[in-house]
Design a binder for this molecule. Structure first.
Ligand SMILES: Nc1ncnc2c1ncn2[C@@H]1O[C@H](COP(=O)(O)OP(=O)(O)OP(=O)(O)O)[C@@H](O)[C@H]1O
Ligand SMILES: [Mg+2]
Length: 313
């Protein structure tokens, strides 16, 4: 589906380089949209399960694992002949985030460590399934159901990805509209972004890059400054990267502290959680996402866009 026509962006946040702030950024953007009244689905597609833990806290994350309400168990259930898309919502935890004790419009599909070995686990659990091709064929039939559910239930779907093109990432890429690449403006992270772009093209994914998001930026690091400037000049060595967002997320202790899950607190607002200075930056990124994805609130649903910070142009 062309980006121009899409009302509900489904956006994986990915980079083949680890540690570039994919998880922290994805959770903050999900909280930002949700705290502005938008219905958001945050999918944790990483076996580390950190986005789920950041959004739900350790206890709820563990409950989701015990009760088999997570992305892994959803993918397994989808392989059953009698799978009914009306049950998709049962795998999702409501009211994610510690902001106000939970944001009413933030739904979370947490992950499970079992996703790490999905083929072996499923083959063991379900007799008759043996090959990747068999899984892909069935998920291929299911993906449109999942996409339809997402589009009818949420305003934004953000996916925290592992630093790899794991099975579950490929599944989501097949229904995604575009992706965001958080990148530290240094050589290795940029290389991870380039690897990702070339891998996606080799594998033939039609999904396009919504933008490169500079993260963990340090003003005093001359390499960071040079890399950002080179991208602005559209230097040929960087021209394969999606166009960087104007907003840059700095390396800031306050952002790291805000996501410290051992700190049991209930911030009164998104701004209180991240401090007004950094909350504003995440809001600016959300606004750029809205603009670049040509997102429109559905007719008669303007209440969801009630906070004017995230406006369409
Ligand atoms: N803007 C920021 N300022 C300071 N620290 C940050 C910021 N964003 C993330 N961090 C810290 O950087 C580290 C890596 O962040 P994060 O886990 O989000 O990276 P990741 O790309 O998801 O890693 P992985 O590839 O392992 O999934 C964490 O310790 C996190 O607290
Ligand atoms: Mg991560």
């Amino acid at each position: 589906m062309p980006l121009e026509d899409c009302r509900v962006p489904i956006i994986p946040v990915m980079n083949l380089k680890g540690g570039v702030a994919k998880t922290v950024t994805t959770v903050a953007l999900a909280e930002c949209f949700a705290s502005h009244g938008h219905r958001v689905l945050l999918i944790d597609a990483d076996h580390q399960c950190m986005a789920g833990e950041l959004a739900l806290g350790e206890e709820r994350q563990l409950q989701c694992e015990t009760r088999k309400r997570n992305f892994y168990d959803l993918l397994v259930r989808m392989l059953d002949d009698d799978f009914d898309s009306a049950n998709l919502g049962r795998f999702v935890a409501e009211c994610g985030s510690n902001i106000q004790g939970g944001l009413a419009t933030l739904s979370v599909l947490p992950c499970s460590i079992r996703i790490d070995d999905i083929q072996t686990n499923v083959a063991k659990a379900k007799k008759g399934f043996k090959t990747t091709e068999e899984f892909q064929r069935i998920w291929g039939r299911r993906r449109r159901q999942m996409q339809a559910w997402m589009r009818s239930t949420f305003d934004f779907v953000l996916v925290d990805c592992p630093p790899s093109l794991a099975q579950q990432v490929k599944f989501l890429l097949s229904i995604a509209d575009s992706f965001i690449i958080p990148t530290v403006p240094d050589r290795l992270s940029v290389r991870g972004s380039k690897y990702l772009m070339s891998r996606l093209s080799t594998l033939g994914y039609a999904v396009s890059g919504l933008g490169t998001l500079w993260t963990l930026y340090r003003q005093q690091n001359s390499m960071h400054k040079a890399m950002v400037a080179a991208a602005e000049r559209q230097e040929p060595s960087l021209d394969r990267l999606p166009k960087p967002f104007r907003t840059i997320i700095p390396n800031a202790t306050k952002i790291a502290e805000a996501t410290d899950v051992d700190t049991p607190n209930t911030p009164a607002s998104f701004s209180a959680k991240y401090t007004p200075q950094f909350a504003r930056l995440f809001e600016d990124v959300c606004q750029e996402i809205v603009q670049r994805s040509h997102w429109q609130p559905a007719t008669g649903e303007a209440v969801r866009a009630k906070v004017p910070k995230v406006q369409t142009t």
